[in-house]
Design a protein around this ligand. Structure first.
Ligand code: SF4
Length: 293
């Protein structure tokens, strides 16, 4: 079956994507990007296959790949104009804590526990001095609560001891903090500091492979490779758009290809149902997407 035109698919997609009152009231820093935690090794298995090397993209040149990547980014920007980090936060410290807590759970779940956590421990010094059992009780519902408590308190200790309680705005410093890897660091850099960063979470891995942007499975290599395709100024927003698209349409299993705005640009079109009616039923609403990891 032939993919739909970009205009037709985009029009359909835009109708189902509306700006929420909640996000409209969100601090400016929150509107640009990030989250989602999951194992870096699962993307290849979830996507089922690497980028296809057959079809009309079999002889795609490097220039063609760059142009197609940027067109996909533009279509996703039109489709998800409000794509943003779905974790609630008011400052870099809160986003760092929330991102660590988001591993293996939903942003929605994290947002349910952080109001009490941040009210009880508003600063790194407060969290570093907390009773671990009290913190565990608050974050329990996010899962792996003992390990997460250890991570966020260890991170808070490190901030107090090495950075006067402030979150450093540099990748090389962020990744030295307990519980903080490149993915978490890039979320914080992009969304709290406005420093462009590519967040290679499970959705980003799966989609970048389906788009044929990379065949890599290592997150750092993916980050480097995609960084050469798309302008640096777009890195943070691109990350968020792929995460939103992954949560709403390009699912690990049964992607909604027949209701996908980037279908005409996607070598993996057909990996999911192409019938528009069947595909439309696979598209998650905003509320359903919030419940997705
Ligand atoms: S066409 Fe299918 S595989 Fe490609 S991005 Fe859209 S939903 Fe994902």
């Amino acid at each position: 079956m032939t993919p739909p035109s970009a205009a037709t698919a985009r029009s359909s997609a835009s109708r189902s994507t509306t700006r929420s009152a909640k996000s409209a009231a969100r601090p400016k820093a929150a509107k640009s990007t990030a989250k989602s935690a999951a194992s870096s090794t699962s993307a290849a298995a979830e996507s089922g296959q690497a980028a296809k090397s057959t079809g009309k993209w079999a002889k795609e040149t490097r220039l063609g790949l760059v142009r197609r990547a940027r067109r996909i980014n533009r279509v996703l920007a039109e489709t998800y104009p409000d794509a943003h980090c779905e974790l609630d936060f008011d400052n870099a410290f809160q986003l760092l804590v929330a991102t660590i807590l988001s591993a293996q759970t939903t942003d929605k779940r994290v947002n349910m526990v952080t109001p009490e956590l941040f009210a009880t421990y508003p600063t790194a010094a407060d969290l570093a001095a907390a009773n671990p059992e009290d913190v565990e009780r608050i974050v329990q519902s996010t899962g792996f609560f003992r390990a997460k408590t250890k991570s966020i308190m260890g991170m808070a200790h490190a901030l107090v001891e090495r950075y006067s309680g402030e979150v450093p705005p540099k990748l090389k410093e962020l990744v030295t903090l307990p519980g903080v890897g490149r993915k978490t660091a890039n979320v914080v850099l992009g969304n709290a500091f406005g420093v462009p960063g590519i967040t290679v979470d499970t959705h980003f891995q799966r989609l970048s492979r389906r788009f044929g942007w990379t065949t890599e499975t290592d997150p750092v290599k993916i980050e480097t490779e995609i960084g050469t395709l798309v302008q640096k100024s777009e890195w943070t927003d691109l990350s968020q758009r792929l995460i939103w698209h992954g949560r709403r349409r390009c699912h690990a299993r049964r992607p909604a290809c027949g209701a996908c705005p980037v279908a005409p640009l996607c070598p993996s079109y057909g990996e999911g149902p192409t019938d528009p009616k069947v595909a439309a039923k696979l598209v998650r609403s905003e509320a359903e997407a919030l419940d997705a990891q």
